[in-house]
Design a binder for this molecule. Sequence first.
Ligand code: PBG
Length: 319
Amino acid sequence: MKLRRLRQNSTLLNLVSETRFSVDELIYPIFVRHGINQKVPIEPMPGIFQFSVDQLSYEIEELRILGIRSVLLFGIPEEKDSIGKEAFSQSGVIQRAIKEIKRIDPAMLVITDVCLCDYTDHGHCGVLNGDYVDNALTLPLLAEMAISHAEFGADVVAPSAMMDGQVGAIREALDQQSLELTSIMSYSAKFASGFYGPFRVAAESAPQFGDRTSYQMDVANRRQAMLEIQQDIEEGADIVMVKPALAFLDVLHEAKQRFNVPVAAYNVSGEYSMVKAASENEWIDGSRISSEILMSIKRAGADMIITYHAKELASIIGR
Ligand code: PBG
């Protein structure tokens, strides 16, 4: 068979392409910080900023024009403490951001990260008992955070703390508050990865001691990732996630084969920073490489992709 027959021109190539993108599948992460009139560049993530709530309108309008309809919010609070109180405060930065985004663009889908690490002074994803992150003490706080986001208008809450039982605790709490229609996108297979480095600069959330290996997954484990996902589905996750994406495409692929719920992939900060650094040095063609990476994530099985490249990709797809 002469396989080159179908490679003669771009029309033919497009006709037989097995993997196609749509901007509908892209989710754009946004960092929202305290203060006013702030648009703070994140050094290791060129093109990405922390915005204060009053600065969101230009960003949301730009996304609307590009056709990006979903955002994932992370908060940088004014004050951090041992239990991350601002995470569930009525005047918290995310609570205000949700309201503001819905005011600017009521149809924008708002997904919120539900984890304490941005809000705790020690930078861990849950409450400490000595030096250990305590699962039982953390669950009610995550549930309270999720309820608060949902009450302020979040469409989807995304627990990322990797506490056992977090999805069940959040689902039960939401249902009790008559928030049955709020969906859960669970960071189910979230690995203890070096690829989150730039995010921790962006969210000012690096752990002040130790690391996250006692709660996030060991990068060696694929079978265990299936167990994490299965449990989250049983506990009520509507969408499951594999994170990071690029170094875990095998996990993503297997998850897609096995489970009958939508699977999200998170193309994380370190994956973005590597592309940006190399392309700023003109060592690679940044937009070509980011498209190729996104294609690989899609091909591996992602139904939706959270990516800092979303805006660039939307303009490429739109062409
Ligand atoms: C919060 C959280 C993290 C990321 C998403 N949610 C950081 C972490 O676990 O340390 C990382 C996202 C990225 O690197 O882009 N727990």
